[in-house]
Design a protein around this ligand. Sequence first.
Ligand code: B4P
Length: 197
Amino acid sequence: MNKEEKRINLILFGPPGSGKGTQAKMLEKKFDLLQISTGDLFRYELGNNTPLGQKARTFMDKGQLVPDEVTVAMLKNKIEQHPHVKGYIFDGFPRTLPQSEALDELLSTRGESVDSLISLVVDDEEIVNRLLERGKTSGRKDDANEGVIRERINVYKSETAPVYAYYDQKGCAQEIAGIGEIDEINSRLNELISSLA
Ligand code: B4P
């Protein structure tokens, strides 16, 4: 990386099924950033049946959050494997206040911080429909059952939503509408992120 180039650290935020993963993959290419999805990292461990995967499964299948210490250690490890990228898109992380504090601490050791948290706003019924639809083909247990999906939404509201206020106080949280065509939402994000670069 050119030392003069501005690094960007983004959090893509929002309820389950709001389009974080979908959009993060598109933004990763456009802005040459590294997407780090804690959900994907857990699913990789699950697929390989590692001890970490076995532990994560018990929480994920019920729609609950994997404990902070496990999640933070996994994220730290991933960042340390990729120190020289232009920046990160954190997708599905942080999901609790302790995770937010841990992320800020990790970035501050590198003289960096979160530049922007962008929250995709989508209503509950749209989320349930999207995830049930994905569950028909994804093989994800947490998408196959409406009760589990609603539990994930409840967990988002009680444990994850405060993360927005945490970054809002730092002056770097913004909301955008997450309903509509995927490309249309992507254009909104591109415009916003271009203004940060
Ligand atoms: P995640 O993998 O993060 O799952 P998710 O919230 O469902 O988001 P995802 O990115 O997959 O879906 P997207 O909105 O893009 O987490 C899964 C589980 O892992 C958690 O419940 C938890 O147990 C654990 N976990 C992960 N991170 C953790 C952490 N930090 N701490 C503790 N536990 C953690 O897309 C959803 C669907 O909508 C797709 O099918 C997509 O095609 C569709 N879609 C997207 N945009 C659309 C649009 N505009 N219109 C219509 N459909 C759209």
